[in-house]
Design a protein around this ligand. Structure first.
Ligand code: 13P
Ligand code: SF4
Length: 301
C-alpha cells in the first residue's frame, strides 16, 4: 500500500474527516474530504455529524476554531509547528488595553487569532464575511484586529472607523506582494484579471480587479469570463484554481509567496497524525465557551 492508500484506510477505520485549507500542498488537497477557506472549513467541521475525528490540515487558529465549535469531537492538527504568525501578533493584554482606551467600541476579531483572544471579543469574522459583520454592528467606531490591511479594506467598504489592534498586525506572506510586480506581469499578460486577498496592502488593493477570501477568489475565477489571471495570495491556491479551470491561465503575483506554516503538513505527517491520533487540540472549557459565543455570533450574521 502506498502512503495515500494507508491514509485513506486509517481515515475510514477511525471515522475521520480530513479538512484542508486552500493553501495546503497539492497532495494534501487531493487526499482531503473538503478544501476551503477558513469559514467554509469551520462550517464543515460542524456539519460532519458522523465524524468522530477531524484532521485539520491548516494552521493552529483554524484547528482551534474547529475544536471550539466541536467539543465532542477529537480535532487533530497534524503538525504542531503550523502556527499562523499573524495570529500570534495579538495578545489578550493588548485587547484589554484597547478596551480601556475605547470603552464604548465593540471588539471584532479576525478568526486569525488565538482562542484566548476570541474569548475577549464581541464577534469574530473571516475575510469572507468581515464587511457584513462590521455592517451588522450598531457602532461607528470598532476595535479590529489583528490584520491592519483587512481593517483598512473593511473601513473603505463600510465607511466605519476601525481601530487596528495591534497597530500594525500583518501577514508576512501577503506583505510580499508588490504593485510593481503586477505592473510587469500586466505588460506580459495585458488581458489578465488581478485577483487578490484582503490581507494584501493598500497599494495592492489599488491595482486589483477583485478582492476576496481564498474561496471567493476561486469562485470568481470560475464564474468570470476572463481566461487569464494574476493571483495575489499564497501559492497553494494555484492547485485548486488550475484543477477547477483547466482551460484558464493563472500567474502568481509573486513567485515566493509561500506560507511556510501552511506547508508544514506533509503526507508523512498526516499519516502519523492519524495513526497516533495527534496532536489533539485542547482549549480550556472556560476560554472555549466564550470563544464559541464570538464564533456563533459570526455565523448568525
Ligand atoms: P481565507 O479565510 O480567505 O482562506 O484566509 C485565511 C488566511 O489565513 C489567509 O492568509
Ligand atoms: Fe497566517 Fe498569512 Fe499564513 Fe494565512 S498566509 S496562515 S495569515 S501567515
Amino acid at each position: 500500500m502506498d502512503l495515500t492508500e494507508k491514509i485513506l484506510k486509517l481515515k475510514k477505520e477511525k471515522k475521520a474527516v480530513i479538512l484542508a485549507h486552500n493553501y495546503q500542498r497539492s497532495e494534501i488537497q487531493d487526499i482531503a474530504d473538503y478544501i476551503g477557506d477558513s469559514i467554509e472549513l469551520s462550517r464543515k467541521a460542524v456539519e460532519e455529524k458522523d465524524a468522530e475525528m477531524i484532521v485539520f490540515s491548516a494552521v493552529d487558529f483554524m484547528a482551534e476554531s474547529a475544536a471550539i465549535l466541536n467539543p465532542d469531537k477529537k480535532v487533530l492538527l497534524p503538525c504542531l509547528g503550523a502556527r499562523c504568525p499573524m495570529a500570534q501578533m495579538l495578545t489578550v493584554d493588548e485587547i484589554k488595553r484597547a478596551k480601556v482606551q475605547y470603552p464604548d467600541a465593540p471588539v471584532v476579531l479576525y478568526v486569525n487569532t488565538l482562542a484566548s483572544c476570541k474569548a475577549h471579543c464581541d464577534v469574530c469574522c473571516t475575510s469572507a464575511n468581515a464587511v457584513e459583520v462590521i455592517k451588522s454592528i450598531d457602532a461607528e467606531t470598532i476595535l479590529f484586529g489583528p490584520d491592519r490591511n483587512l481593517a483598512e479594506y473593511v473601513s473603505e467598504k463600510t465607511g466605519k472607523t476601525l481601530i487596528p489592534i495591534p497597530e500594525n498586525g500583518f501577514c508576512p506572506t501577503h506583505l510580499l506582494f508588490q504593485p510593481e510586480d503586477i505592473a510587469v506581469l500586466k505588460m506580459q499578460h495585458p488581458n489578465a484579471t488581478v485577483i487578490i486577498h484582503p490581507e494584501c496592502s493598500a497599494e495592492m488593493r489599488q491595482v486589483a480587479d477583485f478582492i476576496g477570501s481564498t474561496s471567493k477568489m476561486c469562485r470568481y475565477a470560475k464564474e468570470s469570463s476572463a481566461t487569464e489571471f494574476i493571483v495575489g495570495t499564497e501559492e497553494g491556491i494555484l492547485h485548486r484554481l488550475r484543477k477547477e479551470n483547466p482551460e484558464k491561465h493563472f500567474n502568481l503575483a509573486y513567485e515566493g509567496a509561500i506560507c511556510p506554516n501552511m506547508k508544514l503538513t506533509t503526507l508523512d505527517r498526516l499519516y502519523v497524525a492519524l495513526k497516533e491520533e495527534k496532536h489533539v487540540v485542547k482549549i480550556p472549557e472556560g476560554v472555549a465557551k466564550k470563544a464559541r459565543g464570538s464564533l456563533e455570533r459570526m455565523f448568525q450574521v
